[in-house]
Design a protein around this ligand. Structure first.
Ligand code: FAD
Length: 308
C-alpha cells in the first residue's frame, strides 16, 4: 500500500493535524511519504525530520506561497497516480482541498476518520457525532481526512529523503488576493490543553472580554458557541462544534453555553468539562464533571479577581 500525507505548514511548522495524519497513515502502511506544496524549499527540513516519514515530495513554486486550492488540487491529483491513499489531517486547509482532489480522481473522499479498521474500512462520525458509522470504500484510490483528536501526534526524530517534483503550474480561474489572519498570543484552539469557551449567555461583545481575561489568566485558548459567533461577540475562528473546530483539551470550561448537540460534537472528548450556567437543565450539564450553577457574571468576576 502506498500512502502519501498532504502536509499543512504554518510558516515552516508542521500542523498538529498533519502530525495526527502521519500516525493514522502508519496504520495503513509501513512506508509513508509526505507531500509539501510550498514556495520555500527550505521548508523541507521540518518535514523531513518528522518521525514516520519515508520520503518528502516537494512541489516548489513562487505561486504556492498562498495555496490556491484549484491549483493545489490539480497538482495533488497528478501525484496520486503513484499512490493508493491520500491522507490529511482534518482542518480548514484540507477541507478546502481534498473534496476537489476527490472530484478530479472521481472517488468519494472519507472525512473525519476516527479509527482505521482495515485498509478499506474506517469509522467516522455522522449526525454531529451522535452516530459512529463504519464505512467501507471500494475506490481504488482512497482520499481521507483524519480527526486530529483521535490519533497521537507524530513527533520529530526522522530523517526522510527529500525529492523535488517538477510540475508545471496548472491554470486557475481564481487568484489569491489577500489573507487576513487573526493574531493571538494565546494557545491555538485545536491543540490547547485548556479552553475557556463562551456562549450567548455572555450577552454582548463587551461582556465576552470577561472570557478572554479568564483565558489569559489560565493560559488557555478562547472558544465560543456558534450563537456567540453569530451575535458578533467573537470571530468564527473560535467556534467550537460541528461546523467549527473539534477540540479535546484537558479542561473545557463552558460559560453560558446550553450544550446543543452541534456544540457537543466539537468538545465532547474533552477530559474534564466544567460548566457555568444558571439553568440546571442545560444539556451541557449532563456532560459535565463539575457544574457551577450560578449567574455567569458573578462567576467570571470572582474568577477574574482571583489572585493566582
Ligand atoms: C447545521 C448546524 C450546525 C451548527 N453548528 C454549531 C457549531 O459548530 N457550534 C455551536 O456551538 N453551535 C452550532 N449550531 C448551533 C446550535 O444548535 C446552538 O444554537 C448553539 O450552540 C447555541 O449556542 P449557546 O449555547 O451559546 O446559546 P443558547 O442555546 O442560547 O444558550 C445560552 C446558555 O446561557 C445560559 N445563560 C444565559 N444567561 C446566563 C447567565 N447570566 N448566567 C449563567 N448562564 C446563563 C442559558 O441558561 C443557556 O443555557 C449549529 C446549528 C446547526 C443547525
Amino acid at each position: 500500500m502506498s500512502v502519501i500525507i498532504l502536509i499543512e505548514l504554518n510558516g515552516s511548522e508542521v500542523s498538529a493535524s498533519s502530525r495526527a495524519a502521519i500516525t493514522a497513515a502508519s496504520e495503513l502502511s509501513d512506508s509513508v511519504d509526505a507531500l509539501v506544496l510550498t514556495r520555500d524549499a527550505s521548508n523541507s527540513s521540518s518535514v523531513s525530520q518528522l518521525s514516520g516519514i519515508n520520503s518528502v515530495k516537494m512541489i516548489v513554486d513562487d505561486s504556492l506561497d498562498n495555496v490556491n486550492v484549484e491549483v493545489a488540487s490539480k497538482l495533488i491529483a497528478d501525484v496520486m497516480s503513484d499512490y493508493d491513499y491520500l491522507v490529511a489531517g482534518s482542518s480548514t486547509f484540507s477541507k478546502n482541498i481534498l473534496p476537489r482532489v476527490g472530484a478530479l480522481l472521481d472517488v468519494q473522499p472519507i472525512s473525519d476518520v476516527c479509527e482505521i479498521k482495515s485498509n478499506n474500512t474506517f469509522v467516522r462520525p455522522l449526525y454531529a457525532g451522535n452516530v459512529m458509522a463504519t464505512v467501507e470504500s471500494s475506490d481504488e484510490t482512497i482520499v481521507m481526512t483524519v480527526r486530529s483528536t483521535a490519533f497521537e501526534h507524530s513527533g520529530d526524530g526522522g530523517s526522510a529523503s527529500v525529492e523535488t517534483i517538477s510540475a508545471s503550474m496548472p491554470s486557475s480561474s481564481s487568484e489569491f488576493v489577500s489573507l487576513q489572519e487573526s493574531e493571538s498570543e494565546r494557545p491555538e484552539l485545536t491543540t490547547a490543553e485548556r479552553i475557556v469557551s463562551g456562549g450567548r449567555g455572555l450577552g454582548s461583545k463587551e461582556n465576552f472580554v470577561l472570557i478572554e481575561q479568564l483565558a489569559d489568566k489560565m493560559d488557555a485558548a478562547v472558544g465560543a458557541s456558534r450563537a456567540a459567533v453569530d451575535a458578533g461577540f467573537i470571530s468564527n475562528d473560535y467556534q467550537v462544534g460541528q461546523t467549527g473546530k473539534v477540540v479535546a483539551p484537558k479542561l473545557y470550561l463552558a460559560v453560558g453555553i446550553s450544550g446543543a448537540i452541534q456544540h457537543l460534537a466539537g468538545m465532547k472528548d474533552s477530559q474534564v468539562i466544567v460548566v457555568i450556567n444558571n439553568d440546571p437543565d442545560a444539556p451541557m450539564s449532563r456532560m459535565a464533571d463539575l457544574v457551577w450553577q450560578v449567574d455567569l457574571f458573578d462567576a467570571l468576576n470572582e474568577l477574574n479577581a482571583y489572585q493566582v
